[in-house]
Design a protein around this ligand. Structure first.
Ligand code: SAH
Length: 448
């Protein structure tokens, strides 16, 4: 069904995607075929040693604890030490493939800000910003749509656990215009300003981000959060743990607990039908925080990740140099990830906010007008190699066999956003109530 959200979001799109809007291509092709980082090749005995001594001291650890240690241990964690994204990295993400992706999300942010009545203050909060490419593309759109934003006060807030990545983000977003906090325990551990004078702040935890009307973005963030793994047995649900292999003390293995754990008793749904389940309790807590903030202060959250709606069973996997990697082998040298269970996120969001999606990335981007954007760019581009790159990155983002159907978009919204606008009292002009303003990306836009 086509609806005419239309007019406003279409105007936004035409402002951003005018023929004069510059094409800033990232090297999409090469990034898809890149090799593993030289750093990742180095053995990480310290992480394995750290894990084995932990297990020797306290017994097998949960998969969640294993994942947390491997990815975000403050000294040896994968995210803390590596720059895993880009030509030398282990995986590639949509914002790194094409600027169009971030531009469309920038339009989404402004469209939701408008849908909320254009509050005078707008916090854009990104969880796990990687290299800062998405935020940078969004801010460029803000620059192009300054006339729409008027004198709203915009600030950027980045929740990032990795000091190494935060430095990279700062360089991309503020050049040399950022400074680390003097004390290590400052909630804002880095502050800066973009060339356009927009304030940027870095936090380790969402809790530290100031309250206020915010649009939250999380792209490939939830899949990096620790999951618990559970298995149905004849004696009920049991948790899968990580232990040292008794045959090979330098190796780890999975074991199933003989009796229930606190996690297996509390995190598996009573009516669960699957035999293996992964639950990301940390993701659930973050969703609850987002839902509470949106209910209290207004705003929205847009979560994009690969995932399922409570159907998949075993998705925990590692990535190294763009290849699948054994999750227990050389811990700390590879990315660990698990598909996001959107049904769980919806349940954890509760009734205080409205949830939309998940919809596939292909549908979201098409609804956001990616085809129109492509047409404009191709029409104005005569260089054959740039044209080829444009077409190839569009294909990677939208092709159902590539990222188009593996990635999904899910949103939390303030209830007022979907409520039908009230008719003025006393008037009985028409029978039909006006429809609520559609939410961009989740509804097809008409481009007539
Ligand atoms: N959003 C980016 C990067 C995805 S990788 C992109 O799509 O390109 C995951 C990001 O989340 C990294 O920046 C990583 O350092 C960060 N991260 C992982 N776990 C985190 C945690 N618990 N708290 C905050 N940031 C985290």
């Amino acid at each position: 069904m086509r609806v005419s959200l239309g007019v406003k979001t279409q105007q936004l799109l035409s402002g951003v995607f005018s023929p004069s809007a510059a094409v800033r291509w990232r090297a999409a092709q090469t990034r898809l075929l890149c090799s593993s980082s030289p750093d990742a090749e180095k053995p990480r005995p310290s992480m394995l040693r750290h894990l084995t001594s932990k297990i020797k001291a306290t017994g097998p650890i949960s998969v969640a604890e294993y994942m947390r240690e491997v990815l975000t241990n403050p000294v040896t964690g994968y995210y803390v030490r590596n720059n895993m994204l880009g030509p030398e990295g282990d995986f590639i993400t949509s914002p790194e493939i094409s600027q169009i992706f971030g531009e469309l999300l920038g339009v989404w942010v402004i469209s939701e800000w408008m849908g909320a009545g254009g509050p005078r203050q707008l916090q854009v909060v990104e969880l796990g910003p990687g290299k800062g490419s998405l935020a940078s593309d969004i801010l460029r759109v803000f620059g192009q749509l300054r006339s729409v934003l008027g004198d709203v006060s915009v600030s950027l807030h980045l929740v990032e656990v990795s000091p190494a990545l935060s430095r990279l983000q700062a360089q991309n977003l503020t050049g040399d215009g950022s400074r680390e906090a003097d004390a290590e325990d400052e909630p804002v551990y880095r502050r800066g300003e973009t060339a356009a004078g927009l304030p940027v702040s870095w936090y380790r935890r969402l809790d530290d981000v100031p309250t206020g009307f915010s649009i939250f973005l999380a792209h490939e963030f939830f899949d990096a959060l620790p999951i618990h793994k559970f298995q149905r047995t004849e004696r009920g649900w049991r948790e899968v743990l990580v232990d040292i292999d008794p045959e090979k003390p330098e190796q780890l293995r999975f074991v199933v607990t003989p009796s229930p754990t606190l996690a297996s008793s509390t995190l598996v749904q009573a009516n669960e039908r699957r035999n293996h389940v992964e639950v990301c309790a940390e993701g659930g807590v973050i969703i609850q925080q987002l839902a509470r903030r949106i209910a209290e202060d207004g705003g929205a959250a847009l979560i994009a990740d690969y995932g399922h709606d409570g159907t998949k069973t075993d998705t925990f996997r590692g990535f190294k140099g763009h290849q699948l990697h054994d999750v227990l082998a050389s811990p700390g040298s590879a990315d660990l990830t698990a598909d996001v269970d959107f049904s769980y996120l919806r349940r954890m969001a509760g009734g205080g906010v409205a949830c939309l999606g998940p919809v596939t990335q292909r549908m979201f981007l098409k609804n956001m007008g990616i085809d129109t954007r492509m047409q404009v760019l191709l029409r104005n581009c005569s260089d054959p190699s740039t044209r080829k790159q444009l077409i190839s990155s569009y294909d990677v983002l939208t092709n159902p066999t590539k990222m188009g159907e593996r990635f999904h978009f899910f949103s939390l919204l303030h209830h007022s956003r979907l409520a039908k606008p009230k008719r003025p009292e006393g008037l009985k002009l028409e029978k039909k109530s006006p429809a609520p303003l559609p939410v961009a990306g989740f509804t097809e836009l008409g481009f007539s």
